[in-house]
Design a protein around this ligand. Structure first.
Ligand SMILES: Cc1cc2nc3c(=O)[nH]c(=O)nc-3n(C[C@H](O)[C@H](O)[C@H](O)COP(=O)(O)OP(=O)(O)OC[C@H]3O[C@@H](n4cnc5c(N)ncnc54)[C@H](O)[C@@H]3O)c2cc1C
Ligand SMILES: NC(=O)c1ccc[n+]([C@@H]2O[C@H](COP(=O)([O-])OP(=O)(O)OC[C@H]3O[C@@H](n4cnc5c(N)ncnc54)[C@H](OP(=O)(O)O)[C@@H]3O)[C@@H](O)[C@H]2O)c1
Length: 279
């Protein structure tokens, strides 16, 4: 029997007609403990009255005990999504059901298989709303003064879909102001439809987010240009969230370098890639 909880929708911000940031405040207790990278399951009655439940990655940090924040796409095609269509009808003050946070696919690696601390550079790659778990990561790693080098790469079709650009930019500004000492954070975005009129002010990376890993002339990728060294098995761990095509696109560049996903970890327990895909 699933334990269903109730929450109040405390904040709705429409970024565009089919993309929103929503905050929930639990009705019967505090925000539950969870780990950065986890999701919660939301539920509302469907047209037949039976609950429709779907998973949503938590964007707020585990340290935030005021609300749970989510970024949600209204699925419209080929037919309107059963839950997201109802979520987009909700107003501040309305009630929604939730099941407790779950998921380990994107938990932050703290230890290597030999028990030593994991000090590898963290590279997060989020396509579309797949940026959500990495907003939680970034805020959590900042709140805990994590000493590792952190890079967040975000992909979107349109510049107004770069949700959290402001937050991620301020985290990078802070890092720069501190000479990247004690807080080493960088953020870059890629726009996949750069030729469209709406994106005419875009001057950053063009193409889907995995193009940050595509070797350019001389064999160095934009990510390697940024970090100033080759990606190896020992210097970087990757976290990916988005379409399966995004995961496959990233793997296509990392596999030849000998990196493997947690799901295919070696006999000694080592791996360099964790992912959660929209499946
Ligand atoms: C771990 C995890 C985390 C997630 N995190 C997020 C997140 O942070 N943000 C987010 O926006 N989403 C997230 N999702 C996706 C979310 O769980 C839902 O899958 C999504 O919101 C769609 O739900 P829905 O009920 O609106 O669509 P559904 O009704 O489930 O429809 C899903 C798709 O199937 C199509 N479809 C349904 N029925 C038919 C049919 N009869 N014929 C043809 N096509 C059909 C729909 O058009 C739609 O494209 C996550 C999923 C997982 C697994
Ligand atoms: N953890 C999860 O499972 C999870 C998390 C969040 C969201 N979702 C679900 O995923 C769905 C869509 O997400 P979204 O709206 O956030 O994405 P989106 O905005 O449609 O796409 C984000 C980026 O991914 C690219 N992309 C689209 N299809 C791709 C493919 N097949 N392979 C590689 N890249 C692709 C897009 O490029 P183009 O411009 O070229 O299309 C764009 O750059 C929603 O239904 C959402 O509910 C699941």
């Amino acid at each position: 029997m699933v334990e269903e909880n109730k929450a109040t929708v405390s904040y709705v911000q429409l970024l565009k007609e089919d993309l929103m940031i929503m905050r929930l405040v639990p009705r019967d207790g505090p925000v539950p403990d969870f780990e950065a990278g986890q999701f919660i399951t939301l539920g509302l009655p469907g047209d037949d009255g039976a609950p429709v439940r779907r998973a949503y990655s938590i964007a707020s940090s585990p340290e935030n005990k005021e609300f749970i924040e989510l970024v949600i796409r209204w699925v419209r095609k080929p037919i309107p999504g059963r839950l997201t269509t109802k979520i987009f009808d909700l107003k501040e003050g309305d009630e929604i059901s939730w099941l407790k946070p779950a998921g380990t696919a994107l938990s932050i690696s703290e230890e290597l298989p030999d028990g030593s601390p994991d000090r590898r550079r963290i590279v997060c790659i989020g396509g579309g709303t797949g940026i959500a778990p990495f907003i939680s990561f970034a805020q959590h790693l900042r709140a805990t003064d994590d000493p590792r080098e952190i890079i967040v790469l975000q992909g979107a079709s349109y510049i107004d879909e770069l949700s959290y650009k402001g937050l991620l930019t301020s985290l990078e500004d802070e890092s720069r102001a501190r000479g990247r000492k004690g807080w080493d954070f960088r953020y870059r975005a890629a726009i996949s439809r750069p030729g469209e009129w709406f994106n005419r002010s875009w001057g950053g990376q063009s193409g889907r987010v995995e193009t940050f890993l595509r070797p350019g002339e001389g064999g160095t990728s934009p990510l390697e240009e940024m970090i100033g060294e080759k990606i190896t098995r020992t210097n970087t761990i990757f976290y990916i969230c988005g379409w399966q095509g995004t995961v496959d696109g990233v793997m296509q560049y990392l596999k030849p370098a000998g990196l493997v996903a947690e799901k295919d970890k070696r006999d000694d327990g080592s791996f360099e890639i964790k992912y959660e895909s929209y499946g």
